[in-house]
Write a protein that binds this ligand. Structure first.
Ligand code: FAD
Length: 307
């Protein structure tokens, strides 16, 4: 029951100010967002990569309100890509971006987001890697898919995310499951109304399996974004049934969540990519992680009380 309340708070400016300023928050935040600057995140990238894990890098930030913030987001990704180029990781470290951080919700936002994200995709391609467009709330998705299609004309490896909780997603998956496409399937992390999304966990899980089957049987490259042990073993079974080899799909999990499982799957020969977020504008990302598991909230609350 707490999840929806926390998700509502994740969009509240008042709560953002309150929680961001709380003196102990940073130490709790570090579990999910292990750095604020490129210099702080590079050793983490090297460590994960040294353990046989791949990465998708997220510079935290979303829902910006001024065009100069979109330009700053672009520049932050370009600076990161410069450093990744020096590390020569190729596709072992790709980027994840939220288009609302590139100006999507502003006046003329669709074009602005496309104009800002294109140089990031170009720079990623220049160092031999790629970008995946994260999925945000359902009102942003038509624009996200149109930008994805546009970028794929020049950079076919550009990936996108689909969310199992949305009724529309099975249709989106059928359209996207084509040769050369890279699609990450997740359950969905936003507060969505009953008109557009399943609300019950068992319905979302069932939809996840249906959609994953579409992706596995299709011609694209499925990226399984989940920590759910049941879904992970179903994914392995579906991959076997579809005759996919280990390098024809991958698992993805978030930094700080079920880290032992990252290593276990990698040791079994699976491609395991860790979604690693860093930066200073961590509020929205952090609150979604709290909403996913109420025990996180208790840990967070305790850290404030026992200070
Ligand atoms: P759940 O049933 O929520 O969790 C399964 C188990 O995993 C839990 O029992 C618990 O042990 C563990 N777990 C899950 N979440 C947490 C947590 N926060 N803290 C501690 N333990 C936890 N959502 C979007 O809407 N758009 C995106 O673009 C997007 N990108 C993502 C990228 C990746 C790589 C991943 C892994 C998730 C992404 N998500 C995204 C979030 C996703 O939608 C879910 O909210 C999140 O993954 C939790 O769902 P689950 O599949 O892990 O299953």
């Amino acid at each position: 029951m707490l999840g929806p309340v926390i998700l509502a708070a994740s969009r509240s400016d008042r709560m953002r100010r309150l929680i961001s300023a709380a003196p102990v928050t940073k130490q709790v935040v570090d579990r999910f967002i292990p750095g604020e600057t490129v210099d702080e995140i590079v050793p983490i990238i090297q460590d994960l990569s040294g353990r046989g894990l791949e990465l998708t890098m997220d510079v935290v930030g979303e829902d910006i309100t001024r065009p100069e913030q979109a330009a700053a987001a672009r520049d932050a990704y370009l600076a990161l890509i410069d450093r990744l180029g020096e590390l020569e990781l190729g596709t072992r470290a790709e980027m994840s971006v939220k288009l609302s951080m590139f100006g999507q919700a502003l006046e003329g936002g669709h074009e602005l987001a496309l104009a800002n994200v294109r140089p990031v995709v170009e720079a990623a391609a220049a160092i031999g890697t790629t970008v995946t467009l994260d999925a945000e709330d359902h009102t942003t998705l038509d624009s996200m898919f149109a930008i994805h299609e546009e970028l794929r004309k020049d950079f076919p490896q550009t990936g996108c995310v689909i969310q199992a909780y949305l009724f529309r997603t099975e249709t989106d998956a059928r359209r996207l499951a084509e040769s050369g496409s890279r699609v990450r399937l997740v359950k969905g992390a936003y507060k969505e109304p009953a008109e557009v999304a399943y609300q019950q966990k068992h319905e979302i899980d069932k939809a996840y399996v249906r959609i994953l089957k579409v992706l596995m049987e299709g011609a694209g490259y499925p990226m399984i974004g989940s920590h759910d042990p049941r879904l992970i073993s179903i994914a392995q079974e579906l991959a076997r049934t579809a005759g996919r080899k280990l390098d024809e799909y991958e698992f993805q999990m978030l930094y700080g969540i079920r880290s032992d499982e990252h290593l276990r799957l990698a040791a079994e020969g699976h491609r395991m990519r860790v979604y690693t977020a860093y930066g200073t504008d961590w509020y929205g990302y952090f609150m979604r992680r709290l909403a996913e598991k109420p025990a996180n909230l208790r840990f967070f609350a305790r850290s404030m009380i026992t200070r």
